[in-house]
Design a protein around this ligand. Sequence first.
Ligand code: HEM
Length: 454
Amino acid sequence: MAAVLTRLLAGDLPELVKDPLGIFTRLARESDGLAPLRIGLRRAFLVSDPVLIRRVLLENFDLYDKDTPAFRAVRLALGQGLLTSSGAFWKRQRRIAQPAFHGENLRCFGPVFTRLAAACADKWEAARSAGRPVDAGTDMMKVTLTAVAEALFGDDLSGQAEEINRVFPVILEELAHRTASPLPAPHWVPMARNRKLKEALGSLRSIVDSLIKRRRTQLDNFATNTSRQRDLLTTLMLAKDGETGESMSNEQLHDEVMTLLIAGHETTANALAWAWVMLDLHPNEQERLHRELHEVTGGRPVAAEDLPRLPRLRMVFLETLRLYPPVWMFDRRAIQADRLAKTNIRPGDLVIISAYAVHRIPSLWADPEAFRPERFEPGKEEQKNKFAYLPFGAGPRICMGMSFAMMESQIILGTLLGRFRARLAEPGPVPPSCQVTLRPSRPVMLQLERTARP
Ligand code: HEM
C-alpha cells in the first residue's frame, strides 16, 4: 500500500532517484528529443534535442521560470539569488552583477588563483616527499572555496575560512538529500537533519552578514580598498543598475554572496576532481600535458597570461566537462503554454535538461563515451552547436561564472600538473554519484611523482 501511495504521489521520481544518469541517457538516446515523465503530481519532459533546448533556453526564454521543486530546495540556502530567482527581479540582478565577472574585474583574480594553486602544490610536495597520497577531491574543494571566498571578500576572510569549510559540507549534503527525496520533510519540522541544516545556515549567514556590514561601513567612511585589489563584494555593493540607477540592498547582497559561494566552488571542485580521474585513465594525455606545460612554464605556477599558450590543457578540461558535467541536470517550469516538437507544454509542466545525457547522444557526439580532447580543437565541427554542449547551460541564464571557472580551473590543474605526475592510489573505476552536482563516488586519492624536468 505504502509503495503504491509513494508511486502515486511521487510519479517516476523513485525510479529516477535510483539511476538518474542511466535513465536520462537511455531516454535521450531513444526518444525523438522529448520524453514524457511524471515528477510527483506534475507532468515533466526530458528535452534532449538541441533545437528544442534552444527554444526553451533562448527563443521562448520568457515562457519558463525556475519555480521547480529542485530549485525550491536550493532556494532554502540561497534565497532569491541569481541562480534561483526568475523574471524581472533576476534580470535586474544579472544586469548589476554581470560586469563584475568580465574584463578588468575578472583579470584581477588571476594572481589569486595562481597563488592558491601554488600553495596547494607545496602541500602536495610535502605529501609526496613523505610518500603519502593526497585527497584530490577534498583539496580541490578547499582551493576552490578559498578562491571564490577571496574573490568575494579579499583578505577580510582570515579567521573565518575554517568555519566556512566546516559548514559547507553540511549544507551541501542536506541540499543533495532534499533535491533527491521524493517527499522531503518541510524545513521547519524539528528533525535532526533540519536542525543541522539550520545551524550550518545560521553560522554562514552571520559570517556573511558581518562581512557585508563591515564593508558597507568601510565604503561609507571612504576607506575603499584603493591600494589593494577590489573584491567582488565591493564591486557588487557599488554597482548600479544601468536602467534604474538602483543598487543592491544588504538582503540582496546576502543572497548573491551565498549563491556565489555555493554555485562557485562545488561545481569547479568536482570538475577538477573528474579531470584527475580522466588523467589517470589516460596517461598518454597526462604526458602530453606535462610536455605542453614544461615548454610554456617550465614547471612554475601557471599565470592567466600563460593560458592562450596552453591549448591542450583547455581541451582536456572541456572534454572532462563533456563526460562529467558537474551540473548534470537543470530544469524549468512552464509559466505559459508552449509547443515543443508535437507536444503541447502546459503551464506548470516541468522541462528537464540533462547535460550528461545530451553529451552522450551518438548522433551529436561520435563515440560519445570515449575521452577525446581533439573534439575541442579550435574550429572542430562537434563543438559548434552551443545547445549540444551544456556544462555551463546556455541562453540568457548561462553560468555567470563561466570565464571565472575556466580561468581558475586551468590555472589550478596546470600548476599541479606542471609539478606532478598523478595516478589513482587505488586503481579501478570511479562511478559518478548524483548529488546536487555530479561527484566521484569514492575519494580521489592520488599517488604523486615529481615530473622530470626537460
Ligand atoms: C566548472 C564550474 C561551473 C559549472 C560547471 C557551472 C555550471 C552552471 C550551470 C549549468 C548554470 C545554469 C543553470 C541553469 O540554467 O539552470 C550555472 C549558473 C550559474 N553559475 Fe555556474 N558553474 C560553474 C562555476 C561557477 C562559478 C565559479 C561561479 C561564480 C563564482 C558560478 C556562478 C553561477 C551563477 C551566479 C549562476 C546563475 C546565473 C543566472 O541564472 O543568471 N558558476 N552554472
